[in-house]
Design a protein around this ligand. Sequence first.
Ligand SMILES: [Zn+2]
Length: 247
Amino acid sequence: MFKLFRQWRRQRIIERSTVSSGSWDTAFRQLPLLDRLSEEEQDRLRRLAILFLHEKSFVGTYDLEVSEEMRLLIALQACLPILHLGIDWYSGWTTIIVYPAGFAPEREVVDEFGLVHTVKSKLIGEAWQRGPVILSWEDTESAGTLDGHNVVIHEFIHKLDMLNGAADGFPPQHKRSHAEAWSELFTAAYADFQDNPKPGLSRYGATAPAEFLAVLSEVFFENPGLLNDAYPKVYEALSLFFKQNPI
Ligand SMILES: [Zn+2]
């Protein structure tokens, strides 16, 4: 009963969307990443993006005004990984903060001796557990062009990863058998990646299992053949997880 009501409510949200088809067309044209999708999938993505825009709020920093065009570009790329999973995979948080460019937040970190240091490191995106996703617009604007880098996909993969606890490269799995295979495959691939850089896969992926998953997912969507060449079994596991086969 509640499920039916939810479906009905979502259908109404989609039907009442005020975004014109021209605006959607413009956004799709700016994202070569979405060209491989069938017409049915593009329509599904657009509907998901409408729900996403309804549920999330955007906040610009340093007087940045987050225009409709910007919101559509972020929503479409954010919803690509959940195209066949559903909008509920992004529940439990609401805000997307957009910086004009890279940002350098000051953070306190505790070292191994218990001393607190203030560090400042430059970031282009961040995802907080149950909190906001933060994006640099400069880097978001250049995403979606099939160069293998995509800050939007990267940060939203962290969100999926954090659905079952801290980001550790192990998002919730659809089946127990997938979970076992995932652990083995990713542990082996991550260990290999530490010693053997692969062309087209950012070395940032070697810094932590969560970053490995995020970097590999960027390539899965942006340059799937390259990932399949480097780690075919990992490609297969990602394909089962996302329920998509971009190749
Ligand atoms: Zn990351």
